[in-house]
Design a binder for this molecule. Structure first.
Ligand code: ITT
Length: 198
């Protein structure tokens, strides 16, 4: 039987990315599909904490199986910043251009530019809670390059590639990204789980 899962996100880019990765194994529903228009709180100080908080919020109000993710860009020379504060790094406006400008400014003149994207996914399934993680290593460029993707994609060069996520485009990004790795783990888990309960 096909499972229905709610993905607790308001970010349509993410919904599209994850739905491409999950394929037709899962019937993915958005917050809009379940009529949730609230701004789900994300007040924890870790990615895992925020992912759990979002998934619990939906599960306790709507009673559905669901998952939520949280992602951060962790830059070594900035002691892991912006990390869990990636969305609002340059202020409450959540403007990706301002966020990228702040990163580029902070790294000006620095040669140590390695960074990683890290995604934590929290799944609540049949009342139990599971966590998955995906990491991709790379470096921060000295200027923005490319138009695809979202967030910090124009300044992130994944290891082994000479184009940024925003230049590589969604198809390639969705094969190699932090979120793809975490979602793949979620997918593998769901396959085994579904077999066990059938
Ligand atoms: P939701 O909380 O509604 O799911 P969000 O946009 O806040 O959506 P996240 O909390 O997962 O997304 O990520 C925080 C920020 O990290 C996000 O606003 C982007 O700036 C950045 N980010 C996340 N995933 C990214 C990706 O794949 N590529 C580039 N930047 C990303």
């Amino acid at each position: 039987m096909k499972r229905t899962l709610v993905f607790a996100t308001n970010n349509l880019h993410k919904l599209e990315e994850v739905s491409q990765i999950l394929g037709d194994q899962i019937e993915l529903r958005s917050l809009k599909d379940i009529g949730c228009e609230e701004d789900i709180p994300e007040t924890a100080d870790t990615l895992e904490g925020n992912a759990l908080q979002k998934a619990h919020y939906i599960h306790s109000r709507y009673g559905t199986d669901c998952f939520a993710d949280d992602t951060g860009l962790e830059i070594e020379a900035l002691n892991g910043d912006p990390g869990v504060y990636s969305a609002r790094y340059a202020g409450k406006g959540r403007d990706p251009q301002d966020n990228m400008n702040k990163v580029l400014r902070k790294l000006e003149g620095k040669t140590r530019r390695n960074a990683r994207f890290r995604t934590a996914i929290s799944l609540i399934l049949d009342g139990k809670e599971y966590l998955f993680e995906g990491i991709i290593q790379g470096v921060i460029t000295t200027e923005k390059r490319g138009e695809a993707g979202f967030g910090y994609d124009p300044i992130f060069l994944p290891d082994g590639y000479d184009q940024t996520f925003a230049e590589l485009g969604n198809e390639i990004k969705n094969h190699i990204s932090h979120r793809a790795l975490a979602v793949q783990k979620l997918c593998d888990f769901l396959k085994t789980y579904t077999k066990q309960v059938e």
